[in-house]
Design a protein around this ligand. Structure first.
Ligand SMILES: NC(=O)c1ccc[n+]([C@@H]2O[C@H](COP(=O)([O-])OP(=O)(O)OC[C@H]3O[C@@H](n4cnc5c(N)ncnc54)[C@H](OP(=O)(O)O)[C@@H]3O)[C@@H](O)[C@H]2O)c1
Length: 316
């Protein structure tokens, strides 16, 4: 594993952060609770010291799994936890954004309980809530930071303008946008954040799994599956275009003893100096070790250029 400074937080974090959306047990392929818990053990064994979660992931279940796993391992203080606030399930199906003072207080208390901890390393606003003034949300996050319940404050899915505004009320130290070979729309504001020394943790590094080469045909997913609801590129016309990029990944893999394609997608993100860590979701030990092995080798400048050319040709 490689480690990098996480912006102005000065934390040293693994360049791969484990994502726990699937580990929460809803919205993705289903695995037993034992398998999902074991994924967290595997990540820590593999050297991952940064784990991302959220109350929105199956109504707190991902946080509860993480709390249990870290308690069982006795590793709470060795792992940096990021979780989120302001976004929750109201009925198990629809997400509601609410960044009002009272909701944030209640949600963070719930997260502390779920995670079996008395502090959260990084607290992110999950999505901007247009109904609540930023001053109110950042005011309460600033108070909770002073109280020691949270150590660092950040945002996810914010625009650059929104980040500039919230930073006036409470310094933001972490930014979590979507970014991968199939989602580069946030690149300009990621670079801006990195220049401001904000730790950048990018999500969807495998494009929700499409960049692993494991999915080569359009499939039917359950209506609640994230590959229906959240990552729209599992459907045509984008699916076939991505498959052309995957063929270029196949050629690069063949030059490196047939490395799994997931490692190419991870290196494409992690090798960029403006990214502190890339979040990768997996519920399975085998896949986590496979993904972490990305850090045993690097893409050459020529291979990066081949990938960028394919992305430009098929996805721009
Ligand atoms: N802030 C936000 O709004 C936001 C939004 C989305 C995600 N996130 C965070 O980012 C994390 C990562 O994103 P994501 O989980 O949406 O997508 P992702 O990491 O791009 O892809 C996850 C998918 O890839 C599969 N996978 C992982 N490694 C694999 C391998 N080696 N071979 C084959 N398949 C593999 C996983 O399967 P298995 O799970 O079955 O192992 C899962 O289906 C989330 O868990 C969450 O923590 C944040």
């Amino acid at each position: 594993m490689r480690y990098k400074r996480f912006g102005k937080t000065e934390l040293q974090v693994s360049e791969m952060c484990l994502g726990t959306w699937g580990i929460g047990g809803a919205g993705w392929d289903s695995n037993s609770e034992e398998t999902r818990l074991d994924a967290i053990y595997a990540a820590v064994e593999a050297g991952i010291n940064f784990i991302d979660t959220a109350p929105a992931y199956n109504n707190g279940e991902a946080e509860r799994m993480l709390g249990r796993a870290l308690k069982n391992m006795g590793k709470r203080h060795e792992v940096v936890i990021s979780t989120k606030c302001g976004n929750f399930f109201n009925d198990g199906v629809n997400y509601i954004r609410d960044c009002s003072r009272d909701k944030i207080i209640q949600q963070i208390d719930d997260s502390l309980r779920n995670l079996q901890t008395d502090y959260i390393d990084i607290m992110l606003i999950h999505w901007p809530d247009p109904k609540t003034p930023f001053e109110e949300t950042m005011g309460i996050l600033s108070d909770l930071k002073k109280a020691g319940k949270i150590l660092h404050v950040g945002v996810s899915n914010f625009s650059r303008e929104q980040m500039e505004e919230v930073d006036r009320y409470c310094t933001i130290e972490a930014y979590q946008p979507q970014y991968s070979m199939v989602s580069r729309g946030n690149e300009a504001q990621i670079k801006w954040a990195a220049e401001k020394d904000i730790g950048v943790m990018t999500y969807g590094s495998l494009g929700g799994g499409i960049l692993t080469g494991a999915i080569r045909e359009v499939k039917e997913y359950a209506p609640s599956d994230s590959r229906n609801r959240f990552y729209k590129h599992f459907q045509e016309p984008t699916f076939s275009k991505i498959m052309e990029v995957v063929k270029v990944m196949d050629r690069i893999s063949a030059e490196h003893d047939n490395v799994p394609l997931s490692q190419i997608a991870i290196n494409w993100c992690a090798q960029k100096e403006f990214i502190s860590t890339c979040i990768v979701g997996s519920q399975q030990r085998r896949k986590i070790f496979e993904n972490v092995a990305a850090f045993d080798w690097s893409l050459s400048a020529d291979e990066m250029a081949m990938l960028d050319e394919a992305i430009h040709t098929y996805l721009d």
